[in-house]
Design a protein around this ligand. Structure first.
Ligand SMILES: CC(C)(COP(=O)(O)OP(=O)(O)OC[C@H]1O[C@@H](n2cnc3c(N)ncnc32)[C@H](O)[C@@H]1OP(=O)(O)O)[C@@H](O)C(=O)NCCC(=O)NCCS
Length: 170
């Protein structure tokens, strides 16, 4: 793949590779959203649901902008920019959450994806963003620190590992 990584909004044109990625996530036991068969049959509704998170969040939930990162038309990963630190997000979750599909990991995409999202955040007026990750998630720690993350603290919020809380000034 020689094209650069880009952030796009969810769209129907990425359906085939998104579905392929969904099976990869399922195989590693991480597929939190819709059942895959339902998603295949109703992909337009699925995309619409993701887009509406920006303007019509669930009550009590922060609005969030969902980006997909792609190379050409190939889905690579997902990164979400939450607009406000509502609820428990100040402790765990923060402004930005992300993943890279399993077959695309360890190629630098996770680091690039966050860098692109930080540009989006800056353009949207954020002065700084909070990102949290588990104390044993070495890949994510590398990604955050490579993008300028400064560790504020590690909190015990009852997970299997402490939660690292990083701020990135924009
Ligand atoms: C964490 C994750 C996003 C990393 O994505 P990625 O595309 O593999 O990351 P990169 O290729 O940019 O790697 C960044 C650095 O972390 C290192 N790294 C990546 N995965 C690693 C792992 N499992 N163990 C140790 N180091 C790892 C890379 O070697 C690289 O190191 P370098 O900066 O010294 O070159 C990906 O593994 C993932 O989606 N995991 C599941 C979801 C998740 O943990 N999301 C983050 C929640 S906070």
């Amino acid at each position: 793949m020689t094209d650069p990584l880009r952030l796009v909004r969810p769209a129907l044109r990425y359906k085939d590779s998104y579905i392929a990625a969904a099976y990869e996530y399922e195989a590693e036991g991480h597929w939190p959203l819709w059942n895959i068969d339902k998603m295949i049959d109703h992909f337009d509704e699925y995309v619409e649901m993701l887009l509406l998170k920006e303007t019509e969040p669930m009550p009590g939930w922060s609005a969030e902008t969902v980006f997909w990162s792609v190379v050409g038309d190939e889905y690579v990963g997902r990164i979400t920019l939450r607009h406000e630190l509502l609820g428990n997000l100040l402790n765990y979750g923060g402004h930005i959450g992300y993943d890279i599909r399993p077959t695309m990991r360890r190629r630098g995409f996770g680091t690039q994806q966050l860098a692109l999202c930080l540009i989006e955040a800056r353009q949207r007026g954020f002065a700084r963003v909070l990102i949290t990750c588990d104390d044993d998630n070495r890949g994510s720690i590398r990604i955050i620190e490579a993008n300028g993350g400064l560790l504020e603290d590690k909190r015990d919020i009852g997970r299997h590992a402490l939660t690292r809380r990083y701020w990135i000034a924009l």
